[in-house]
Write a protein that binds this ligand. Sequence first.
Ligand SMILES: Cc1cc2nc3c(=O)[nH]c(=O)nc-3n(C[C@H](O)[C@H](O)[C@H](O)COP(=O)(O)OP(=O)(O)OC[C@H]3O[C@@H](n4cnc5c(N)ncnc54)[C@H](O)[C@@H]3O)c2cc1C
Length: 397
Amino acid sequence: MSISKSFHRPKKAQWSYWERELGWDRTFASYLTYRPLERNYDFVVVGAGFTGLSAAYHLAKRHSKAKIALLDRYLPPLGASTRNAGFACIGTVGEFIADSQLEQPECVWDRMHERWKGLTLLRSILGDQVIGYESLGGHELFTEEEEFERVATYLASCNTALKQRTGLDQWYNLARINGYNAIQMPREGQLQPAKAWARFAQLCEQIGIHLACGRKLVDMTRKMDGLSLTVEEGAKRSHQQFHSSSVILATNAFSKALRRDVSVSPGRGLVLLTKALNSQPWQGTFHAQRGYIYFRNVGTDRLLLGGGRHMDVSGEKTTQFGVNTEIKAFLLRYMKEILVIDPSEVEFEWSGIMGFTPDKNPVIRTELSGNIAIAVGLSGMGVALSTELGRKAAELF
Ligand SMILES: Cc1cc2nc3c(=O)[nH]c(=O)nc-3n(C[C@H](O)[C@H](O)[C@H](O)COP(=O)(O)OP(=O)(O)OC[C@H]3O[C@@H](n4cnc5c(N)ncnc54)[C@H](O)[C@@H]3O)c2cc1C
């Protein structure tokens, strides 16, 4: 059956630049065929973002004979994993200071370490070349002298804490870039998220996981021997029922629709991307305003700018995709005034939905006598954390 007819897909206008660049139809038509769901699975993973892919992949590695399905509402999946900014990062000193007002510094450094482990695992499974990984380094940029001096006082303690955890030094150095004070992060990299998704999905298929996109889980009922699952499928939204002994929920921002008590709130993020520019002086990844603003090169001549959620935090607590015009205006001003790039050069815009927990630590737990595992709430740095979180979810079985 042709891929375009059988999978429920977002409208092309909603696609991220990464999804367009990859060319979904070309990439997937070649190997991802539509298969009906079977009546019984040993494991079903719900949500085929990076967390779900990693959970399914690691389940298959641990239980080589198990029958595993990985469901998503859409193809390409419609959440954050193919719609983010592609920063391979673990956090800035400015974010460390903000986070350590909510919890002990040790917890914040531990989470940075988890992100580093996640990134290392992601790269080792997928390979740098195929996911467009580049080690161009990153910077935290400061437009105010006083703020730079305040943040810089924490630099040495962050370097020491991360060295104790990872064995590596040189996480943060003082720097100047394009006329601004900055903290340089030589270990930071960048990747093409849709390429990473496609490679992970391909690996999952190759090891026998049934990647069942275009199926939305709408109900889960406990039975004596596991769970009865109901999915909605296709344009007519017909319902199908099947059975699984165990389920991993990796539905991130959308988890409350299935489990009301999960403490994850949605947070929409906006990304803008320029055309190829004659001069693009921002090479590498950049963070500003405690991580609420981020920008990077795409190729050598395009500039990606995203974030600005702090301009309307409550308005962006939504699972609806779309563009907040106030935030877009703020980002365009930043592009013009701070980055000195003409805002009329913006060619693409898209949104993605993140899942935030109150303290930025993901939720990972089992319930219903261990039949269901929940691995959600990646907050703003899930490219890094998701592979490790998915691996941990698989280890619960
Ligand atoms: C604009 C933006 C920029 C970002 N930039 C970065 C960055 O540069 N670096 C970084 O580290 N992180 C970044 N992030 C965060 C990162 O992308 C996420 O934390 C990460 O992708 C989360 O992965 P996930 O698999 O947990 O969730 P998702 O990718 O959101 O996957 C959840 C999936 O569940 C599916 N789903 C939901 N409900 C159901 C259901 N009932 N049935 C079936 N399927 C369902 C959805 O379709 C979705 O595909 C960014 C996020 C956004 C939105």
